[in-house]
Design a protein around this ligand. Sequence first.
Ligand SMILES: [Zn+2]
Length: 180
Amino acid sequence: MDELFAPWRIEWVTRDDRNEDVDGCVFCTLPKESADRDNYVLARSSRSFVLMNNYPYNPGHVMVIPRAHTGEYAALDDETLLDHARLKQRTFEALDDALDVNGFNAGLNLGDAAGGSIGDHVHTHVVPRWNGDTNFMPVIGDTKVIVQAIEETYDALHDAFADFDDATIPEDGRAVEFDW
Ligand SMILES: [Zn+2]
């Protein structure tokens, strides 16, 4: 039997939604807290942050989120737009370094009809893609899936963010910080 490395087959179906306890907007609350590893906050810049998705479409599925609480993309000011774009650049590179991806899907869900679950706070989904990733599960019938904790994916991505020359890490358990 072949073994398949499948870090996304984590408890993401069964585990508790840790965000249920958060009062108000989760995208406003999480970056203000200090338990970044527990909250899956990977990186912070002055106006944005990177958060792992609780229900990943693929391993390494993250969101790059402006700190400003608004559901209107047009409401983001220039400084925030630039900061958010820079953090997206770092995110693509960190994901590639950590997970050796073949491509990305990245985008926004804006408005009630777009299918996003948190419509009142803009966030960009970044989903790593690998060649054949949408159809390879059915063709590997005799494969044992190895479950790996989402924490290990977090650590690999955290290390990749920390590798940038302009990155700083305040202390253990905290997200990587960028100051540009
Ligand atoms: Zn918010």
